[in-house]
Design a protein around this ligand. Structure first.
Ligand code: HAM
Length: 355
């Protein structure tokens, strides 16, 4: 948690994630009375007091999706399919969905005891963190990155083999759902999540890339069927995930991001100056990124120099001649090619140049 005192000595904690806030809003506004199932999303900055490294920051951005009121398992699979299609739309390749079930409080409890007994046998050789985890939260020991701990826990029991009948049927339904939607997955029986509210389905979307190093999870989530009740609401099954924007950005090639072109209007003369003002307004209203040369009486050369410095994609030149003929000259700043466009139809024609 990122906690600090403000100037009046009040202790403040910045939100580490969005799920708990969504659940609070759901309860506070009695959303379950208004519709049986809610499908919500959010995006924004989150804060965690972590040791910063590549792909891991103290302030980072998430896009989160939560479905409240549907016990799945098909909705779990559907949301992974949605995530997979988001990744392919931004050109992110090589994402592997690692999936597991963390069971329910009933089967997890007995699994925890079995795992604890296993860990106690090797306790003295585990790292300090895992020794503490053995007592407090033995499941987290399965997630330890320390090579010796991984070796010592290689033969640890798998929760998957200890699921109760309902949880097993849920997991099987989830996996079948993934197959139905055509989502490739890998069952990882050692995967446990860092947040405590998860039940049943848990997943991580990982990408093996040198650009990310060890922080290779680009999105993660799962089911949290007990959280609404725990925070004072009705018993409500939920599923959700959050995408780590910075990690995705580190992986997606800048070339794949479709940059919007910037247009620069250059009037040459007093009359053109007036007509250019009107053109700028119409272009902006149509959603075209537009700047205009505001200095009066500057030469074409000087205006072009500025356009170049501003990184403009296209220049639109309006001189006295163009004005008479009802046209503008469009110049592509990259390759220097020029063409004339009719003023009457300009905005429509420029839309062709947008991504
Ligand atoms: P989380 O696994 O803690 O889950 O975070 C989701 C994603 O946020 C991670 O997979 C990672 O991409 C990104 N992320 C987390 N911490 C950092 C950091 N320090 N720097 C950069 N990126 C980071 C959650 O937050 C849950 N609320 C997800 C969820 C929604 N579960 C159910 N509904």
């Amino acid at each position: 948690m990122y906690t600090f005192s403000d100037l009046s000595g009040t202790s403040l904690t910045l939100r580490p994630e969005g799920t708990a806030g969504v659940v609070r809003a759901y309860i506070e506004h009695s959303l379950h009375m208004k519709a049986p199932v809610w499908r919500l999303f959010y995006r924004g900055p989150m804060f965690r007091y972590e040791r910063p490294q590549k792909g891991r920051y103290r302030q980072f951005y998430q896009i989160g999706v939560e479905v409240l009121g549907d016990e799945g398992p098909l909705v779990d699979a559907e949301l992974l399919e949605m995530l997979s299609s988001v990744f392919s739309r931004v050109g992110l390749e090589g994402v592997v969905f690692e999936v597991n079930s963390l069971g329910c409080p009933v089967c997890r409890g007995s699994f925890r005891d079995k795992l604890k007994a296993f860990l106690l046998d090797v306790r003295d050789r585990l790292c300090g963190d895992c020794r503490r985890r053995t007592e407090k939260n033995p499941l987290r020991a399965l997630d330890c990155k320390n090579p010796l701990c991984r070796e010592l826990t290689a033969g640890a029991p798998h929760i998957y083999e200890h699921l109760c009948e309902d949880c097993r049927a849920h997991f099987d339904g989830f996996v079948k759902g993934l197959e139905g939607f055509g989502v490739t997955y890998r069952i990882n029986p050692r995967m446990v999540r860092g947040l405590d509210y998860y039940t049943r389905t848990a997943f991580e979307a990982v990408v093996d890339s040198p650009r990310l190093g060890t922080q290779n999870t680009v999105a993660a989530g799962g089911r949290y069927d007990g959280l609404v009740k725990e925070l004072g609401g009705a018993d409500t099954p939920c599923f959700g995930f959050a995408i780590g924007i910075e990690r995705v950005a580190l992986l997606v090639d800048a070339a794949l991001l479709r940059e919007e072109p910037l247009f620069y209007l250059i009037p040459l003369g007093t009359e053109p100056q007036k007509s250019v003002q009107g053109l700028a307004c119409s272009m902006r209203r149509a959603g075209i990124k537009t700047l205009m040369e505001l200095r009066s009486g500057v030469s074409l050369k000087s205006a072009m120099k500025r356009a170049d410095r501003l990184g403009v994609t296209y220049v639109l030149i309006v001189g006295e001649d163009e004005l008479k003929e009802g046209v503008v000259t469009l110049r592509n700043m990259k390759d220097g090619t020029q063409k004339r466009l009719s003023v009457d139809n300009l905005v429509e024609e420029l839309k062709e140049y947008l991504p």
